[in-house]
Design a protein around this ligand. Structure first.
Ligand code: ACO
Length: 324
């Protein structure tokens, strides 16, 4: 069976960061409130003139280097972002140019907000499995702080900027759960709940970019339920038990959401990769950023079974199970 093996990953975080105490100087909040409710202690913020494509390119270059490849080896780029450089063209084509792909293959953006990386991974996996491409660059990159209303303390303390990338390559597997690569992906959405988390602007409505608006309590409730459902679905589809999972690499929205999801599935805390303290919620970038941290520090090793899950605006949610 044709599989999409994960060859390498890479990440990028802007140099500048804001601590909770820095935010307390801008809005009516405290380090204690943010830490207790979210687990977040700091978040990185892209510099003036630093675009989503710049961060995506840096992450992609690191992933290419780690795999010993160049842009000329890549057939397609799937870039998940909610914060494109421009309304069009897709940010992915700028990355295609930046990494020297020339006119090779194709590149496009995927918009599923915080679930974007799972959507992009699933799309790339299906292109590989169908035989249409052999190697894919899957990127999650966000300049999310550009969407924040810095007067709204209920949202501006939660998010940060960054990028992460993974390279997938076609390989033959046996077709069971011992295979390396993506074992299964599951995507969902429920448009009726789009008003729980959205941006109050856009080209066809206000002709502006807009700011993030959120019903935090409802988003929290849906996040735990939906992500747990998607995880169970992924495990059942591949015949994997919770004990066989080596690492949960969840979307990093909130420490309490991560803990509640892991608890619901009986996954011990030492199997969960958590970066939300240091990164905040970087939307589509959060899973590949967390993956890169755990691969680089040696926690995730070749052959480990990784469970990834996310939920975001839309509502969108999904899960992916992969053997590194
Ligand atoms: N600092 C201090 N006080 C604050 C802040 C802040 N930054 N934000 C809100 N408050 C106040 C509120 O005004 C409210 O005050 P009041 O009681 O006087 O009215 C009080 O704190 C409690 O507010 P709640 O909204 O009830 O707080 P809650 O416990 O629900 O926590 C939070 C809010 C952290 C946003 C939580 O609902 C949450 O994590 N939701 C999930 C949202 C999320 O992660 N979204 C990311 C995108 S979706 C995703 O990635 C999964």
């Amino acid at each position: 069976m044709r599989r999409s093996v994960m060859l390498s990953c890479g990440s990028y975080l802007p140099e500048k960061f804001l601590t909770n105490n820095d935010l307390a100087k801008i809005v009516d909040t405290t380090d204690e409130w943010i830490t207790q409710r979210t687990g977040i202690r700091k978040r990185h913020v892209a510099g003036e003139g630093e675009k989503t494509s710049d961060m995506a390119t840096r992450a992609a270059e690191k992933a290419l280097k780690a795999a010993g490849l160049t842009g000329a080896d890549i057939d397609a780029i799937f870039l998940a972002t909610t914060t494109p450089d421009q309304t069009f063209p897709a940010t992915a084509v700028t990355v295609q140019d930046n990494i020297g792909m020339g006119d090779r293959g194709f590149a496009f953006d995927i918009q599923a907000v915080c679930s974007g990386f799972i959507y992009a991974l699933s799309t790339a996996d299906n292109f590989i499995k169908s035989g249409q491409i052999n190697r894919a660059l899957v990127i999650g990159a966000e300049h999310f702080t550009r969407l924040l209303d810095w007067d709204d303390r209920t949202t501006c303390v939660l998010f940060g900027d960054g990028a992460g990338a993974v390279i997938l390559e076609a390989a033959e597997g046996k077709g069971d759960k011992t295979d390396r690569g993506i074992l299964t992906t599951h995507l969902h959405s429920e448009g009726a709940k789009r008003d729980l988390l959205y941006v109050d602007g856009g080209p066809s409505s206000t002709r502006t970019v807009g700011h993030v608006r959120m019903n935090g309590k409802e988003v929290f409730r849906n996040a735990v339920t939906r992500m747990s459902e998607a995880i169970v679905e992924a495990m059942q589809a591949s015949g994997v038990t919770p004990e066989e999972v080596d690492w949960l690499v969840p979307h990093q929205a909130n420490r309490r959401i991560i803990d509640a999801t892991a608890e619901k599935l009986n996954l011990p805390a030492n199997k969960v990769v958590v970066t939300v303290e240091e990164h905040g919620n970087t939307s589509a970038a959060s899973i590949p950023l967390a993956l890169s941290v755990a691969v680089e520090d040696g926690r995730i090793r070749r052959g480990d079974l990784i469970l990834m899950e996310a939920m975001g605006g839309g509502l969108t949610w999904g899960a992916a199970l992969a053997r590194w």
